[in-house]
Design a protein around this ligand. Structure first.
Ligand SMILES: [Mn+2]
Length: 401
């Protein structure tokens, strides 16, 4: 019987390394977060997989799996772009190599139809399985816990909880409430509950800026429940939050391309148009000044047009300004002729919806200029509540029409 999260992950890792052999009547449960592979996606899927393996709810008691495999929905080479993940794993003494990446999972299965059929998928932190995973296993989604806009798919999934809380991990805590409420005298068990609780706290604190932004009552309740289970001493929340944030912000050595792909999502609409959105924890100003206007613009173009072949590209930041406090900017570019009209209409709508303001002389960024004709805009975003969760559906709406 698996006891600790470390043991669980290392066994799953070993099974994937050996090759997932699926024989008759055996099924694999793939547990995955979204392609940004942020702390929320990583943690919610890891915690969900672990608890489903060790403390299944009734919905999972009559489904038997030979393997329950949590993955990070990115290729191995992109893990290094997530220093916050590295930090979180180190607090739990989990080697980074024990984390299973998308490419490793895919090459562990034979790609026969029968093998693909034997994989059930549990989605955390998204409700529509995209890209190569979607093409292979999109029909096999059996459960969803998510806090993004509901794309109305997989109506028979059980559980199917899609609700606007601050962090998807909050939904996992609620789903496994009994585990987190367990009081135990057993030291090993207490340590295990404490480890999982500390892990689960991380994305909730990061996604809600330590419960100061976007947190709803349910996030507060989840944090309260988890804090009581963490064995550490006084006021761990504030210092834990700042340690996570400084790990997340430590991207000074990153290339521009790495910054653009670190927290990136892309959508392909049925009409063939596509849009990509990067989100960064460092400001637009910091980024432009670090690389220079020319290299910045060239880098954006290279990423959007050449590498991703997009029709529209958006760069969002969210950061704390020394004088003004929490801030956001939004940069939008047209990346193809096909995207031209859609993006222009999106920018018009976004100006109202997200309260976009032009940069003043005072807060200008080097000689970066809006170029209406070329389709290159950037604004201060005064609607601070609008993250990619709000921006993506709006830009997609215009890309679809
Ligand atoms: Mn999330």
């Amino acid at each position: 019987m698996v006891k600790t999260i470390q043991e669980f992950l290392s066994l799953a890792r070993e099974a994937v390394r050996k090759g997932l052999k699926i024989t008759a009547n055996q099924r694999v449960l793939l547990v995955t977060g979204n392609e940004s592979a942020d702390l929320d996606s990583f943690t919610s899927s890891l915690v969900f997989a672990y608890l489903t393996a060790t403390h299944p709810t009734p919905a999972f008691q009559n489904r038997t799996y030979s393997h329950i495999i949590p993955i990070v929905n990115i290729p191995r080479e992109e893990v290094s772009l997530r220093p916050e993940l590295h930090y979180l794993l180190s607090t739990l003494s989990i080697p980074e190599s024990d984390v299973i990446c998308k490419d490793e999972f895919l090459s562990s299965l034979s790609s026969t139809e029968a093998d693909c059929e034997s994989v059930d998928v549990m989605l955390l932190d998204h409700n529509n399985l995209l890209s190569d995973l979607g093409a292979k296993f999109g029909k096999n989604v059996i459960g969803i816990l998510d806090h993004h806009a509901d794309e109305e798919l997989h109506k028979d999934a059980d559980p199917r909880v899609i609700e606007p809380v601050g962090s998807c991990t909050t939904l996992v805590i609620e789903y496994y409430k009994d585990f987190f409420s367990t009081e135990t005298a057993d030291r090993e068990e207490a340590k295990s509950i404490s480890d999982i609780s500390g892990l689960a706290l991380a994305p909730i604190l990061v996604d809600t800026a330590n419960l100061t932004s976007k947190a709803v009552k349910r996030d507060f309740e989840a944090v309260k429940l988890l804090s009581t289970a963490v064995l550490d001493g006084a006021d761990p929340l504030e210092s834990y939050y700042s340690a996570l944030m400084s790990a997340k912000r430590s991207i000074d050595d990153f290339s521009l391309r790495d910054i653009l792909r670190k927290d990136y999502k892309e959508w392909h609409e049925d009409n063939g148009r596509s849009v990509g959105i990067s989100s960064s924890v460092r400001s637009l100003k910091w980024t432009v000044e670090k690389f220079g206007v020319k290299a910045f613009k060239a880098g954006i173009e290279k990423w959007a047009k050449e590498e991703r072949k997009l029709d529209a590209y958006v760069f969002m930041d969210s950061f704390v300004d020394e004088k003004e406090g929490y801030r956001r900017d939004l940069l939008v570019t047209i990346s193809s002729e096909k995207g031209d009209d859609c993006v222009r209409r999106f920018v018009k709508a976004a100006k109202v919806e997200f309260k976009l303001k032009e940069f003043t002389e005072e807060d200008c960024i080097a000689d970066l200029k809006v170029d209406e004709k070329a389709g290159f805009w950037f604004y201060r975003q005064d609607n601070l509540k609008a993250s990619r969760k709000q921006v993506a559906p709006l830009v997609r709406k215009y890309m679809q029409s």
